[in-house]
Write a protein that binds this ligand. Structure first.
Ligand SMILES: [Zn+2]
Length: 300
């Protein structure tokens, strides 16, 4: 195993440029055609707005019923949690209608990944995804219960008039695949509401039990994890350094799955105290997700 930020060829998303190019194309049309086009555009917009209003009204009705069924009053204006929970329930229903298995829990936040991969410790866009000039991909083999899944995190580069220069963000769908407790599982972490860092678990293959176990695992992980320090606590066991892929020889490196030089480069502790802390965290993250693997096996 070796963790690697893999640059990918995906063009920078430039919303303003797309709009300018479209307008330049329209400017070439003869006046009559342009007038027709504008008319059609206005009709389509009016239709879209009417549809949008109908959807909002319908959603409000469902939200009212949802609150009533739970004996809740209207949420306070600054209460993000109640609508977020409602949206999750709605999304879970929608996923089930599409034949997918969705975890019936509150959505999980992925801030820990963004902090590590994009913002960096001082929130200065110093994370490896932000420093990579291109969009990038990272495959993370995560240990969960008795098994592991590989989560694929991808970034994209965006240019928009609201910001100076190009910025980086994580794409709103993170696919994963693996085997947990002997069951093959494939699915994704899917963003619930845009502009809110909340994701739900959606499986295209796997049982409800595994979906809920994954949700508990990620919930705990994102609430408590501190990256990159805790990488050794969440990654699948490896006999090679997870940063460079070289074989490991001393006992501390073998317990942490990373050599001293790579640990120094990543800025993570590499001593017997770190081994004790990581072992404790492995118990929390990996084992509490379900049946407990024998943690001692990792130290052979
Ligand atoms: Zn290494």
């Amino acid at each position: 195993m070796r963790l690697k930020i893999q640059p990918i060829n995906k063009p920078v998303k430039d919303y303003d440029k797309e709009k300018r190019e479209y307008e330049a194309l329209l400017a070439k049309l003869p006046p009559e055609l342009l007038a027709q086009h504008r008319e059609r555009e206005a009709e389509e917009r009016a239709e879209y707005e009417a549809k949008h209003e109908r959807e909002i009204a319908e959603r409000d009705l469902r939200f009212g019923a949802w609150l009533e069924a739970r004996g809740l009053d209207e949420p306070a204006e600054d209460d993000l949690e109640t609508p977020a929970r409602f949206c999750t329930d709605e999304d879970v229903d929608a996923a089930r209608r599409r034949g997918l298995v969705a975890a019936a829990v509150e959505p999980v936040s992925i801030n820990a990944f963004e902090l590590w991969l994009i913002w960096g410790p001082n929130y200065q866009d110093s994370g490896p995804f932000a420093k990579c000039e291109k969009a990038a991909r990272l495959r993370l083999p995560l240990a969960i219960g008795e098994g592991s899944i590989t989560l694929v995190i991808e970034s994209e580069k965006v240019r928009s008039s609201g910001y100076e220069g190009v910025f980086t963000h994580l794409v709103s769908r993170m696919p994963f695949e693996g085997t947990i407790d002997g069951e093959y599982v494939t699915g994704a972490l899917v963003q619930v509401i845009s502009d809110m860092e909340l994701f739900r678990i959606e499986l295209s293959q796997g049982s409800q039990e595994i979906a809920d176990k994954l949700a508990r695992y990620f919930d705990r992980l994102f609430a408590e994890i501190n990256l990159p320090e805790d990488l050794s606590a969440i990654l699948a066991p490896s006999k090679r350094c997870f940063a460079c892929g070289r074989p490991l020889d001393d006992p501390i490196s073998k317990a942490l799955w990373i050599g001293p030089t790579c640990a120094k480069n990543l800025g993570v502790p590499h001593n017997s105290e770190a081994v004790r802390i990581i072992a404790e965290k492995r118990r929390t993250f990996i084992c509490d997700a379900g049946r407990s693997p024998d943690v001692a096996q990792f130290f052979d």
